[in-house]
Design a protein around this ligand. Sequence first.
Ligand code: ADP
Ligand code: MG
Ligand code: MG
Length: 252
Amino acid sequence: MLTIKNLHATVEGKEILRGIDLEIKAGEVHAIMGPNGSGKSTLANILAGNPNYEVTEGEIIFEGKNLLEMEPDERAKEGVFLAFQYPIEIPGVSNATFLKTAINEKRKHMGLPELTPKEFLDLMKEKSKILGMDENLIGRSVNVGFSGGEKKRNEIFQLLMLDPKLAVLDETDSGLDIDALKIVSNGVNVFHNDKNAVIVVTHYQRLLDYIVPDYVHVLYKGKIIKSGGKELALLLEEKGYDWIKPEEVELE
Ligand code: ADP
Ligand code: MG
Ligand code: MG
C-alpha cells in the first residue's frame, strides 16, 4: 500500500528526516516511536501533504501512485487520513457540515453519488455511538471549545466517518485519560481491517496494549534506527531509548 524510500525532508532549511525507508501493507498496523523532536510529526505531516515541509530526496508511493505529486486534498480523496497531534479549531464550520463535505467530495472522486441526508445522519449516529460522543458536539463548530480529549475523540470520529485506506494517527493518545484511551483505541480497532493500514505515532507503550502493532519502528534524529515486533515497544518502556541510540549520530 505504502512504500517510502530514502525520504529526506527539511523544515525551514533544517534537515529533519534523513533517509526513511518504510513498507506498509494492507492489513498492517505500524507504530512509530521515538523521543521528542525525532521527526515523527514531520513524517506524518509529509504523508498528508503539509506544505510547510519540503521533501528534498526520496519517494513515497501510495497504492501505486506518486504521493508526493498529489495535493493534500487529492491524497485525502485517494484515502490518506491524518489525525493531528494538535487538532485545529474551525470556527463557523460545524462538524456535520465539515464531514458531509469531505465525504461527498471523496465519493464524487470515487464516482459514487452523494449520501442522502438520511444516509449521512445514520452514518453519524452509528460512528458517534462507537466513540460514545455527545450528540451536540456534532452540531458544534469543529473542535471549538472542545476539551483536549474531545478533540482527540473527534479526530477518530472523522477517521470512522471518512473510512480511509491509510490512517496516520499522530499521538492520538496524548491528553486522554485511561477510559477515553480505551474508547478511542476501540474506535481505531473497529476501523482497522485487512484492506486498510494504520500508522500509530506514540511515545507510550500503553496505547499499544489496545492498538496492537504488527511492527514497531524507532525514529531517532530523522532515521529509523530500529524495527521490531510489538515486543520492541515493551522493551522501550522498560529500558528507554538510550540502549538503541547509535554510538555516533552524524548531524547535518
Ligand atoms: P516529533 O513529532 O518526533 O516530536 P517533530 O517532527 O515535531 O518531532 O519535529 C522534529 C524537529 O523538527 C524538531 O526539532 C522540531 O523543532 C522541528 N520542526 C518541526 N516542525 C517545525 C516547523 N514548522 N518549523 C521549525 N521547526 C520545526
Ligand atoms: Mg492487522
Ligand atoms: Mg510530534
